[in-house]
Design a protein around this ligand. Structure first.
Ligand code: PEP
Ligand code: MN
Length: 337
């Protein structure tokens, strides 16, 4: 059960509610985000919500049977929006494009990418400075100095930054230099990291785990929301299956299912989803038709020379073409659905 509290609710009113719920053997958790205050009550007992519905401080009560509650569409009918400022927002009906290299490699590469994004009308740049690599001998990223350099250039050019945070200790040092924290597929169930990101005043994009189910992704998002941060994005990036012909199996089903189960924006990552450059545009377009609110993909001035994931990275010409085509697909979706 989600008890939505009024903005002016007093601690005494919350205590009174908690006492009543305690008596009914419900456990409660306070959730305070930048957008609202909630009391989450978990329990099985018989409970007539009318008995607390008119109590002072209560705005609304929702019975949500799913184990994830705050991220569920069952209580919040209106889709959520993530506002990055300066006219950049991610919301249903919009098409948020986030493009950039797999890894940030240096000043020249950052400058070239920023110029490309500006030309293509893309406002959010992706790139890793901390790279989770399967082999410890692969390039592991430029680290915080790379992020600072990138931030300086991006900010000057009105470009927002999304970058992966791999561990709790990186949150604070990255905080002032990112607009969205990305939680990678290998960290989706790192609950300590998710707890800490709940305390942060910046949006968080959570990728689906490599072998994660759709529900597990929603539980991960619930961690961050219930920790106090409801600025969240869900991301389908393909899962590991028995299929070896592609790097991962992009689960197109996940897009409409996530949209139906949750009020959070859904982003697709076709680059990691299929892992084959030539097929990235098709998967990206399919994901937008399936209902994605945005696409995050990899692009590089010279993909063959990229420090990581070159095989799935578009060159700038391909990227511009994809951005245009995605906008056309979005227009078509709106006409059809
Ligand atoms: C990435 O975005 O470069 C990345 C490492 O993605 P994932 O966590 O989906 O593998
Ligand atoms: Mn990558």
């Amino acid at each position: 059960m989600i008890i939505q509290l009024k903005p002016q609710v007093t601690p005494q009113q919350v205590d009174r509610l908690r006492d009543i719920l305690d008596q009914k053997k419900f456990t409660t958790k306070d959730v305070n985000t930048q957008k609202g205050s909630y009391l989450i009550a978990i329990g099985k007992g018989d409970f007539d919500i009318r008995s607390i519905g008119f109590m002072e401080g209560v705005a609304d009560i929702h019975v949500v049977s799913d184990n994830y509650k705050l991220v569920s569409a069952k209580w919040k009918v209106d889709p959520s929006e993530v506002d990055l400022g300066d006219g950049v927002n991610i919301k249903q009906g919009g098409l948020a494009l986030m493009a950039g290299p797999c890894s940030i490699e240096g000043e020249e590469q950052i400058n070239n990418t920023v110029e490309h994004l500006k030309e293509a009308g893309i406002r959010i740049m992706r790139g890793g400075v901390y790279k989770p690599r399967s082999s410890p001998y692969s390039f592991r990223g430029m680290g915080i100095e790379g992020l600072k350099l990138w931030h300086e250039i991006a900010q000057r050019n009105g470009i927002k930054i999304i970058s992966e945070v791999m561990q709790v200790s990186q949150i604070e040092e990255m905080h002032d230099y990112v607009d969205i924290f990305q939680v990678g597929a290998r960290n989706t169930q790192n609950y300590n990291l998710l707890d800490e990101l709940g305390k942060v005043d910046k949006p968080v994009l959570i990728k689906r785990g490599i072998s994660g189910t759709i529900d597990e992704l929603l539980y991960s998002a619930e961690y961050v929301f219930s920790g106090g941060n409801e600025n969240l994005l869900l991301c389908e990036r393909g899962i590991r299956t028995y299929e070896k012909a592609s790097r991962n199996t992009f689960d197109i089903n996940a897009i409409p299912i996530l949209k139906a189960k949750s009020h959070l924006p859904v982003i697709s990552d076709p680059s990691h989803g299929i892992g084959i450059r030539d097929h990235v545009p098709a998967i990206a377009m399919a994901s937008v038709l399936a209902g994605a609110d945005g696409v995050i993909y990899e692009t590089h001035q010279d993909p063959r020379k990229a420090f990581s994931d070159g095989q799935q990275t578009l060159n700038f010409r391909q990227s511009s073409q994809l951005a245009n085509n995605l906008r056309r697909v979005m227009k078509m979706r709106k006409e059809m659905l």
